[in-house]
Design a protein around this ligand. Sequence first.
Ligand code: PLP
Length: 399
Amino acid sequence: MFIYLDNNATTPVASGVAAAMAPFHTEFFGNPASLHRFGQELRPVIARAREAVAALLSAEPAEITFTSGATEAINTALFGLATAHPGKRHLVATGVEHDATLKTCEALGRRGFDVTILPVDETGGLDLRQFEQALRPDTLAASVMWANNETGVIFPIAELAAIARSRGVLFHCDAVQAAGKIPFEGVRSGVDLMSVSSHKFHGPKGMGALYVRRGVRIAPLIHGGGQEEGMRSGTSNVPGIAGMGKAAELALEFVRSGGPDRMAALRDRLERGLLDRVEDARVNGAGQPRIPNTTNLAFRHASGEAMLQLLDEEGIAAATSSACQSNDPEPSHVLKAMDVPVTWVRGSLRLSLSRYTSNEEVDAVLAALPDIVAKSRRASTFSGDPLAGEFERFQRQGR
Ligand code: PLP
């Protein structure tokens, strides 16, 4: 049995999604911008997909722009606002955002923007008063993720968006890890812009969407043939759009049929079981509301990399930090921002379930992981004190 518990990195494409995409590679291959029938027959396909994505986000179809993923959506949101509102030159984000946001803020910083990066506490929580105090008369926008990809911690988006609105600040939300895992009703109304990614909810890779509330002024990032109402030029990725639409439909069904509660019960059983079976273990982000599929466990004095390798040998896929950073030897910027002590950071492991994760798979991980933690701890002790070097490196970084 191969067990995939790295669903915050990417998810398998649902079989219904793959089937929905297939005809658009071969049979219906036209360019939807063409005036002949090969193009025209694709228009309703794109419209239906837009409706499905809008329904998942509790938005209107006209508020949805298809993109090549969340990274592009986030870049479009922040650069697009910056271009359309040249009078305001300050942005606010949190220190635990995905690099898609942090690096975009850095790029805007190089173009003269002042960026305030807010800290989180040791549970990964955000102080609402600190958020409010960071907003200034020249603040253009705040960008805050709904759920963290590493810990699963959920930020109070409705409250944050309301504070931003009361101060005349636009609010962008990176909703990548929330889409298809928690309901969006009631929250979307206060958010001005929102980015999502299809491959995190069993859709194809290289597809995403940007929600822009009707009336919000924004400039496009990509210029050309004027597709997507001029918001995102480039020939439409019809198979990708059809696939993302189907994936959104299935994700909404999952959310509406009590799927998140079932998923949380399975995650809780896995988490509780591991805390019971392994000494010196804790949950990064415990005490905060979290999305139902994620647990980030820290095993003191263990090695995340060694555990990943041993798990892989058992056919179990997990992660130590976000996929984009997995070839980066530096400790996770999220756990660092939470001030997780070095002896715990190093032994942190993210297990992220999908709606297809089974009870049997959880049982298999509960059976395998305690021994793997023990082996990894023994290996750390054998090789002297590898933590010492790591600790010094951490100290040099001014932690
Ligand atoms: N934001 C978050 C929270 C993510 O987890 C990811 C992907 O890992 C992204 C943004 C980037 O999404 P994409 O892969 O669609 O560019």
